[in-house]
Design a protein around this ligand. Structure first.
Ligand SMILES: [Zn+2]
Ligand SMILES: [Zn+2]
Length: 148
């Protein structure tokens, strides 16, 4: 991997906590990938990815993997289904939505596969905010694992 910015140690994991990771400090490349495979793999408009060498990652639990092409594998939690990474060769791209908040600043530098970018992203800045009403959050009992 060449280029990128220096990230401190960070960690994260899936919703249920069965798959967790720690990434040691060093250079990383942050991007948004708009390719059709990332859209389908995340069920979202794009994948927010932090690219690091596989050797810098320590896993707790065993991610399930699916070879989405002859070049790459998608890692996810077999229990809760959270997409956790994209792996190609010795490089892993962590899904930034799985990061424990506050440990690292995700700073995407590029729109990868921009030819597949959905057009409604351009309308987001003008959309009104609708915060969760205070009473709703208090009534929800989350099954997610604690983030720490
Ligand atoms: Zn899980
Ligand atoms: Zn992609």
């Amino acid at each position: 991997m060449t280029g990128g910015t220096d990230h401190p140690d960070f960690r994260g994991g899936c919703q249920c906590g069965a798959v967790r990771y720690r990434v040691s400090a060093g250079p990383a490349k942050d991007c948004l990938c708009h390719c059709r495979m990332c859209q389908r793999a995340t069920g979202n408009a794009f994948a927010p990815l932090i690219e690091v060498p596989a050797t810098r990652i320590t896993w707790t639990g065993t991610p399930a993997e699916w070879a989405s092409s002859d070049l790459a594998t998608r890692g996810f939690c077999a229990t809760c289904g959270t997409p956790v990474y994209y792996r190609s060769g010795d490089t892993v791209e962590i899904m930034a939505g799985t990061l424990v908040p506050g440990l690292v600043v995700f700073a995407p530098q590029v729109h990868s596969a921009s030819e597949s970018r959905v057009d409604w992203l351009d309308r987001l800045p003008g959309m009104p905010d609708a915060p969760t009403p205070p009473g709703i959050a208090a009534r929800i009992h989350s099954h997610q694992s604690p983030e720490s």
